[in-house]
Ligand binder design. Sequence first.
Ligand code: FAD
Length: 465
Amino acid sequence: SKSQQKSEAKSRTHRLAMPSPSLRLAVVGAGAAGLVAARELRREGHSPVVFERAASVGGTWLYDAAPATSDPLAAGAAHSSLYASLRTNLPREVMGFLDFPFASSAAEAGGGGDTRRFPGHDEVLRYLEEFARRFDLYGLVRFGTEVVRVRRDGGGGGGRWAVTSRKIGEKGRREEEEEVYDAIVVCNGHYTEPRVAHIPGVEAWPGKQMHSHNYRVPEPFHDQVVIIIGASASAVDISRDLAGVAKEVHVADRSAPACTCKRQPGYDNMWLHSMIDHAQEDGCVVFQDGSSIKADVIMHCTGYLYDFPFLEDDSAITVDDNCVDPLYKHVFPPEVAPHLSFIGLPWKVIPFPLFELQSKWVAGVLSGRVKLPSREEMMEDVKAFHSKMEARGWPKRYAHNFSDCQFEYDDWLAEQCGHPPIEQWRKLMYAANSENKAARPESYRDEWDDDHLVAEAAEDFKKYL
Ligand code: FAD
């Protein structure tokens, strides 16, 4: 009956709000998100077990120099999509966790670090390793262990989960083990599964296609004609990397007007085009303005797809047009909250501080210290979010794009957890970096005008260092 349903809903809400004893939790992944989630969960009194497929912490920042893949358009065995020349696109002061500054003084103290404000990828890995050491997280991680299946245990209210994991043995021996956990925190990253552009006629085109996931160094492209699809950070970096060795680099940007065909300032071998119209059997690639180029390679710098291959159908979420749904505030599927959560889905953000605040929220909710609304209210919130997207004319795949709301979201999370909002200097520095990047696309990593904010950050960091 309706009244029975109402009272069941009420009791479910009540259960969400009850303080829980220490929970046995499974965290999937030991990248930046998994590490900070483990720290926050333990701080809250829980017992997290972190499953990590790789042999070390760092996730994306564990550079893989020789990705093993038979298909250059696919993920293959490599998790990380980093290329050798990669330097951060955020200043280090902005990028680090809130209470563990990513400060160059730490690199200096450790000796031999990369003290640049926008350091190379090795420095980020060192920072994450230092984070794991400082907060004693290594002991929580089961390395070389892949989560292959997560399903609800016993059905019902979504309370417990059976996790099947597989130890990747030294000689390729694989053993599966099933254990039951009170909750799952998914931190598996979303920059591994390539999204590939559809190009009419490409099946008959004789050149080589690859995705930026598998790009590492420019040398193999010596004297070749390369077409890059995309306008993201990777497309910008890789096109410049390639321009030094390739014969010609042609960037196809779908947001450029159809008539675009212009040489890039500062380069005599790089052009910007509108999107590709089609590819031909004779090796030519034709752009929307009708111009064509005989190319050797098409490099898809077209982003990545959310992928949770270990979640069974009972996980209460689906991924449709790269939108993970339904999720309350991009973290909890209402039907099984708080027993399943996702850290790190938003993009166009400063990732580490956002992971930290999401983790604090999840940890607080799981202990009952922080309250969630009822399932019905969470679903209403999700529906309202989708209606707002529709009203703006945004496609579903922009659901986790936070370009214009990340600080509002961060501060909302902080408020839920009783944490101070994001520092004003960090917000201003993020904006200053975006402007500087637009004004000095070639040199923003080495020239800037916000030293006053760097000084403010350094002052602020004194309380942590
Ligand atoms: P990941 O780092 O991807 O970690 C996920 C972990 O989960 C991995 O270790 C993986 O092995 C593990 N895993 C996955 N599936 C399983 C499974 N089934 N079982 C066990 N383990 C599993 N961010 C910045 O702040 N600044 C930058 O300058 C910047 N540049 C970037 C450049 C590139 C090219 C890319 C791809 C990303 C960049 N980012 C940058 C974003 C970056 O992804 C985040 O900073 C952050 O590393 C993401 O952390 P994560 O923990 O969410 O995911």
